[in-house]
Design a binder for this molecule. Structure first.
Ligand code: G6P
Length: 612
C-alpha cells in the first residue's frame, strides 16, 4: 500500500523518481506526487496515476538533485490532489512521503491544532510532517533528532522519507512495519518501498529493519541508526533482479507476461530442489527446522487473498501426502482469535510480497506463543522472510500485475515440494508414488506451456462471457481452491461478480442463481470424482446454465455435455491445480481486456497490503 521512492545524487532527481513510481504503482495508484529541491522546495502532486503526474508537470522546470516521490493507495482521506503526498510542514520547509498508518494521528492532530497548526488534507501523514517541524522549533533540535523524537510518539506503521529545504544535501528515511530498501549507487543513494526502482542503478542494497532510520547525504554517504539513536553497521546485500524482469517484454500487460512466464517460474521454483531420476526432494528451509516440521502436531497456513488459496491447496497436499493435520487461516482472522498454539505447531505464512500486514502479525503472534514459523515468500529480503524461523523462497521473480498469477503457481509448486519432502521423510508416501509424482512434476512446465497454447480458444470463450454480470466456478478436491482462485481473478480484474464453490455445495444455495445468463466454469479434471462432477454439470445444464468445462485431454464424455471445453494435459491429481488454474487466469485476462478494464491496476486494489 503506497509506494515511496527517494533519490539524492548528482543527476536530475525527477526522472529517477517518476520511473521509480511507475515501478511501484502496483502498490497503489490513487494519486502520485514528488517534491524536489529546486533549490527551493517544489511539490507537484495529482490525483490519479503516475502518467497523470507526468502530464501535469509537462511545463514545469523540474530541477533538483534530491527528491522524494509517492504513489498512494488511499486510507485516511479520499483520493484527491490535496490528500496526495508529499505533504509539507507548516512553514513549507519540510516535505514528507509516507507508507503506512499513523494510528494516533487524531490525538497528535488535536494537540497541534491547539498550538495553531492548520491542515490542508485529511491524511495522517500531514500530521507527522507538522509534528516533526513543531519539535524542531519547540525543542530547538536539528531535523534528524526531530524525526527521531516524532517517531517515538507515533503509534502505527510507517516508511517515511523527509526532505528539508534548509538542508538540501540531506534526506532522512525511517521504517516500522512498512518496507524500505536503501540502494547504494556510485555517488548516489536511493530509498524505495522495494528494490524495483533501485535495480537499474545499483545491485547493492540494505533492507532497513523496524525502527531504523537512515540519514542520506549528497556524495553517497549514509548512516543507519535506530530511532533511539544507536548507530548500526549496515548489512549490504546483492540484488538478484534484472531489468527485463521489470518490463512487459512485448506483452500488452504485465499480467499476460506473468501468465506466460509460468513454465519458467515453475521450473525456477523446482531448480536444484528435486531430482526424479535419483528420487529426492530437498528444501534447505525444512532441513533447518530439524525434526520440528516432521514431528509437528499440526500445520497452520496463514495467508491472505490468492496466497490463502495456495494454502487451501496445501491442506490437500500435506494431509494427503505427509499425513499432517492442517488448518488454513485468513491471517486477519487468525491473529485476532486468540488461537490455541503450542511448540508442537508450525505456522506457515504464504505471501508473495512478504509484507502483508496481517500475515506478518499472524507470524509474530505464532512466534510469541512458541510455534515454529516458516515463510513461503517471493520477495527476497521482505519482512516475512526476515521474521520467520525458517522458510523457502518461491523464486517467481518480480510480479507486477496486481492480480497474482505466477506467484500462485510458484507457491503451489513450492508447497508440493514441501509436502513431498515431509511425506518422504515421514514414510507416509509410497516410494513408487513419490517417484511418479517427482517425474510428473518435472513435466509440469511443458504441460503449462501446452495449456498456454490454447490462448486463442480461451479468448473465444471469453467473448461469450464478457457481458455477463455473474459467474460461478465449481471444483472438487484439489480443484476446489482453484475454483475460488478463478472466481477471485475474475472479480479482481473484470469486476464481474463471481463465486467459487465446491461442486457438491452448489445444491445448497448457488443452484438457485442458475439460469441461461449464468456461466458456470467447472473444473472437471479429477480422476477420483469424475462421475460426480459430470452429475454436477448435468444439474447446471438442466437449469439452462452455460457450462465451460476444464477437462483432461481426450475427455469426450464431459466435452459432449458442456457448452465449451478447454482441454489440459493429463497429470496426477495432486499436481492438477498447477494446470487447471492456467485457463482460468487467461479467461479472466481476456474478459477484463474486452471490458476495457485496467488489467494490471484494477480499481481499488493494491498488490501489497501493508495496512490491516
Ligand atoms: C493483495 C493482492 C493479492 C494478494 C494478497 C496477499 O490483496 O492484491 O493479489 O494475493 O494481497 O498478498 P501477499 O503478498 O501476502 O501474497
Amino acid at each position: 500500500m503506497c509506494g515511496i521512492v527517494a533519490y539524492i545524487g548528482n543527476d536530475a532527481a525527477f526522472p529517477v523518481l517518476v520511473k521509480g513510481l511507475q515501478r511501484l504503482e502496483y502498490r497503489g495508484y490513487d494519486s502520485a506526487g514528488v517534491a524536489l529541491l529546486d533549490p527551493s522546495l517544489k511539490v507537484y502532486k495529482k490525483q490519479g496515476k503516475v502518467a497523470g503526474l507526468v502530464e501535469f508537470t509537462e511545463n514545469a522546470s523540474l530541477k533538483g538533485y534530491a527528491g522524494i516521490g509517492h504513489t498512494r493507495w488511499a486510507t485516511h482521506g479520499a483520493p484527491s490532489d490535496a490528500n496526495a503526498h508529499p505533504h509539507v510542514s507548516a512553514s513549507g520547509r519540510l516535505a514528507l512521503v509516507h507508507n503506512g498508518i499513523i494510528e494516533n494521528y487524531a490525538l497528535l492532530k488535536a494537540v497541534l491544532e491547539k498550538q495553531g497548526h492548520s491542515f490542508t488534507s485529511e491524511t495522517d501523514t500531514e500530521v507527522l510532517v507538522h509534528l516533526i517541524e513543531a519539535i524542531m522549533e519547540t525543542e530547538e533540535v536539528p531535523l534528524e533528532a526531530a524525526v527521531r523524537m516524532a517517531l517515538q510518539r507515533v503509534v502505527g506503521a510507517y516508511a517515511i522519507v523527509v526532505m528539508d529545504a534548509d538542508n538540501p544535501d540531506l534526506l532522512i528515511g525511517a521504517r516500522k512495519a512498512s518496507p524500505m530498501v536503501l540502494g547504494i549507487g556510485q555517488d548516489a543513494l536511493y530509498l524505495a518501498s522495494d528494490a524495483t526502482p533501485i535495480a537499474e542503478y545499483t545491485n547493492k542494497v540494505v533492507y532497513l529493519q523496524d525502527e531504523e532510520m537512515v540519514v542520506l547525504r549528497r556524495g553517497g554517504t549514509f548512516e543507519i541508526k535506530t530511532i533511539h539513536n544507536e548507530l548500526l553497521k549496515p548489512t549490504v546485500q546483492e540484488l538478484d533482479i534484472n531489468i527485463e524482469m521489470l518490463e512487459k517484454g512485448g506483452f500488452d500487460h504485465f499480467m499476460l507476461k506473468e501468465i506466460h512466464d509460468q513454465p519458467r517460474t515453475i521450473a525456477d521454483c523446482m531448480r536444484g530442489r528435486i531430482n526424479a531420476r535419483e528420487g529426492w526432494v530437498h528444501l534447505g528451509g525444512i532441513e533447518a527446522c530439524g525434526s520440528r516440521l516432521t514431528e509437528a502436531r499440526r500445520l497452520i497456513f496463514a495467508a491472505c487473498g490468492t496466497s490463502w488459496h495456495a494454502g487451501l491447496i496445501a491442506e490437500y497436499l500435506f494431509e494427503d501426502l505427509a499425513r499432517i493435520p492442517v488448518e488454513v487461516e485468513y491471517a486477519s482472522e487468525f491473529r485476532y482469535r486468540n488461537p490455541i498454539l503450542s511448540e508442537e505447531d508450525v505456522v506457515i505464512a504464504i505471501s508473495q510480497s512478504g509484507e502483508t500486514a496481517d500475515t506478518l502479525a499472524a507470524l509474530q503472534l505464532a512466534s510469541e506463543k512458541g510455534a515454529l514459523t516458516y515463510g513461503v515468500v517471493n520477495v527476497v529480503g521482505s519482512s516475512i522472510a526476515r521474521n520467520t524461523h525458517a522458510g523457502s523462497y518461491i523464486h517467481a521473480g518480480p510480479e507486477i500485475g496486481v492480480a497474482s498469477t505466477k506467484a500462485f503457481t510458484a507457491q503451489v509448486t513450492l508447497l508440493t515440494l514441501m509436502a513431498l519432502h515431509l511425506g518422504h521423510r515421514k514414510g507416509t508416501i509410497a516410494e513408487d508414488y513419490f517417484r511418479d509424482l517427482l517425474q510428473e512434476l518435472e513435466t509440469i512446465p511443458d504441460k503449462v506451456a501446452a495449456v498456454l497454447e490454447q490462448d486463442e480458444l480461451i479468448r473465444s470463450i471469453a467473448v461469450e462471457i464478457q457481458d455477463k454480470s455473474n459467474a460461478l466456478y465449481l471444483g472438487r478436491g484439489y480443484n476446489f481452491p482453484v475454483a475460488l482462485e478463478g472466481a477471485l481473478k475474475l472479480k479482481e480484474i473484470s469486476y464481474i461478480h463471481a463465486e467459487g464453490y465446491p461442486a457438491a455445495e452448489m445444491k445448497h444455495g448457488p443452484i438457485a442463481l442458475i439460469d441461461e445468463e449464468m456461466p458456470v466454469i467447472v473444473l472437471a479434471t479429477n480422476q477420483s470424482a469424475h462421475e460426480k462432477i459430470a452429475s454436477n454439470i448435468q444439474e447446471v445444464k438442466a437449469r439452462k446454465g452455460k457450462v465451460i468445462a476444464v477437462v483432461t485431454q481426450g475427455d469426450t464424455w464431459i466435452r459432449d455435455m458442456a457448452d465449451y471445453t478447454i482441454e489440459i494435459p493429463e497429470t496426477l491429481e495432486p499436481l492438477s491445480p498447477l494446470l487447471s488454474v492456467i485457463p482460468l487466469q487467461l479467461l479472466s485476462y481476456h474478459i477484463a481486456v474486452m471490458r476495457g478494464c485496467n488489467v494490471d491496476q484494477p480499481r481499488n486494489l493494491a498488490k501489497s497490503v501493508t495496512v490491516e
